[in-house]
Design a protein around this ligand. Structure first.
Ligand code: FES
Length: 579
């Protein structure tokens, strides 16, 4: 038997080009045909006998956050080849926050399915997922967890900061703050135009602790990303070196067979990720995405435990929107390894990572940076408690979330009169109407903006302050909804009310003029209306503000999407929970 025959024999098993052969009823012919076609691209037998590392290409002209993906792909390929494996680049869907209608969240599960099926369908022994813009990170990791293929996640990295009139600023906390100034008449049109050139000065993801930064940090905390992979700015040379290192590690994982996502996504690492999410003052979207990723591994993210973790985990990162700095400052202060050293007693440091060791190794390698201020010591936290609190009450039987780190202290206990908008469209049409009956003490309520109601659970939970109040200098009001909020936003905003109003949740029973009480210390959100009246309202039929879709992805979405506490995944993609 020739050497080639012997290799072919092993291959019937499982590695490289021999994996997942197309079905023609003759495995040897399937492999022969696959080689015939791939040789059209000029590959040698030596190359084709190597383990294969897939690399996702999520570059898109519609996704400027991923503008450095082509460079990163080249660096990953270099790392893969330096380690003796064969890199194979393939495209998947790319989603940008501002270029996805109706919302990026509506498409997240489609990207997860695309990623999962391409990882399954094509022969590869490991994969490097390159992503970053908000929903792309959870989508790619959800797909990878479902396939359980050895995976390295490489974030594209955050943008560098912008400057305007001597002020450091960036996307997109300052987009919202400065737009608020413009709406309130404190900034003129020429200046807001000038600012629009400066808020996003490079490729990469939003450089505050928004959803993209949050998800990159979660990926690093879970062990899917190499140390410092979450924080190195997108345009830096170090980002390319991390890409090369990611390729090397993926090649080694392709040969050794692990660690697999099932070894990384465990109850211990899920808890670690929640500690980090609270300590970074992360995006409220992070909890929805983490629930979805956990669900793919058969784990359940318990909101009450998350709240408990928050009570003992201070916010230590001084980044917008909760604090002052930006991702590059966090990086130069030592990044996630340095933060995790500060949190060491709250973490399970035995959790493995794709770097090849454990979190204990990562923490041991953290750099001490003299004089840095972006990562606070435990004795001087930015906030004594974690970034998020979980609320319950008769308005939120299965929970709601508030980003207390970015809320106004004086509104954390508040009772006010409800001013109700029945849909995002209704809010858009009426919120700036001078005749709107609203005061700064009222509670703005948005209905039908959840996973099914909108659909796609838009980031509409950051209801704008009505213009007439903004012009009086009102900067914050209590706002509640079943929507999400951008991780870059701030305010006293109750989100993800579950179940949503369009799914029969009691939020749909709120009427103009009702009294609502928020008490974050007691973790309560309540509608102060007696039960008889609520029963009467509940008997009225619920109508969606849009036609139910009858075909395509929209129908699949509407028929199967779970509520926020299930991570808004599709029910048929979630395996049974591990006992
Ligand atoms: Fe892409 Fe913010 S819009 S990360």
């Amino acid at each position: 038997m020739s050497q080639g025959d012997s290799k072919r024999g092993q291959g019937a098993s499982k590695r490289g080009l021999r994996k997942g052969l197309t079905s023609y009823g003759d495995a040897e012919f399937s492999l022969f045909l696959r080689k015939v076609f791939i040789k059209a691209a000029g590959y040698s037998d030596d190359a084709l006998d190597r383990p294969i590392v897939g690399i996702t290409n999520t570059y898109s002209d519609f996704n400027p956050c991923h503008g450095n993906v082509p460079d990163l792909i080249e660096a990953v390929k270099r790392g893969v080849m330096l380690s003796g494996a064969l890199p194979m680049v393939f495209p998947t869907i790319s989603i940008h926050e501002s270029f996805a209608h109706p919302t990026s969240m509506f498409l997240r599960n489609l990207m997860a399915m695309d990623t999962e099926e391409m990882l399954r369908a094509q022969p590869m022994d490991a994969v490097v997922l390159i992503g970053g813009c908000d929903k792309t990170v959870p989508a790619q990791l959800m797909g990878a967890i479902s396939t359980d293929l050895p995976t390295v996640f490489l974030p594209v990295g955050p943008m560098v900061v912008g400057h305007h009139q001597g002020e450091v600023l960036g996307a997109c906390t300052d987009c919202r703050r400065l737009w608020g100034s413009y709406r309130g008449g404190q900034m003129q049109e020429a200046e807001i135009e000038a600012v629009s050139n400066r808020l996003a000065p490079s490729v990469g993801t939003c450089m505050v602790m928004g959803t993209a930064s949050t998800m990159a940090c979660i990926s690093e905390a879970l062990g899917f990303t190499l140390p410092l992979g979450a924080t190195v700015p997108a345009p830096h040379a170090e980002r390319r070196r991390i890409a090369e290192a990611s390729g090397k590690r993926a090649a080694e994982m392709a040969k050794s067979g692990g660690p697999k996502p099932s070894e990384l996504m465990t109850p211990a690492s899920l808890r670690n990720a929640q500690v980090v999410l609270q300590a970074i003052g992360g995006s409220t979207n992070g909890i929805v995405h983490l629930a979805a990723m956990a669900g793919r591994a058969g784990l359940e993210l318990d909101l009450n435990s998350f709240d408990e973790i928050g009570r003992s985990t201070p916010v230590l990162i001084d980044l917008k929107p909760s604090g002052n700095d930006y991702m590059e400052h966090f990086h130069h202060a030592g990044g996630l390894p340095r933060l995790m050293r500060e949190l060491a007693d709250l973490l399970d440091l035995s959790a493995p990572t794709v770097a090849g060791g454990t979190l204990a190794d990562v923490v041991a390698g953290a750099e001490e940076v003299r004089g840095q201020t972006a990562i606070r010591p435990r004795g001087n936290p930015l906030k004594a408690e974690g970034g998020m609190a979980v609320l319950h009450g008769n308005l939120a039987p299965r929970g709601a979330v508030i980003k207390q780190a970015a809320a106004s202290p004086k509104l954390m206990q508040h009772e006010g009169r409800a001013v109700v908008f029945t849909s995002v469209e209704d809010m858009t049409n009426r919120v700036d109407d001078p005749a709107l009956d609203v005061t700064a003490d009222d509670v703005l309520v948005l209905l039908n903006a959840g996973p099914k109601g909108a659909p796609g659970m838009p980031e509409a939970g950051y209801l704008p302050i009505p213009k007439k109040l903004a012009r009086q200098g009102v900067k914050d009001m209590v706002r509640i909804s079943d929507a999400r909020m951008s991780g870059t936003a701030f305010g006293t905003i109750v989100l993800h009310i579950t179940p949503e109003s369009a799914d029969g949740g009691p939020l749909g029973l709120v009427r103009n003029g009702d009294r609502i009480r928020l008490d974050v210390a007691k973790r309560r959100i309540d509608l102060l209306v007696d039960n008889d009246e609520l029963s009467r309202r509940a008997a009225e039929p619920v109508t969606l503000p849009h036609e139910a879709p009858t075909r395509g992805y929209a129908k699949l979405y509407m028929d199967t999407v779970l509520q926020a506490d299930g991570g808004c995944d599709f029910d048929f993609l979630v395996p049974p929970k591990q006992s």
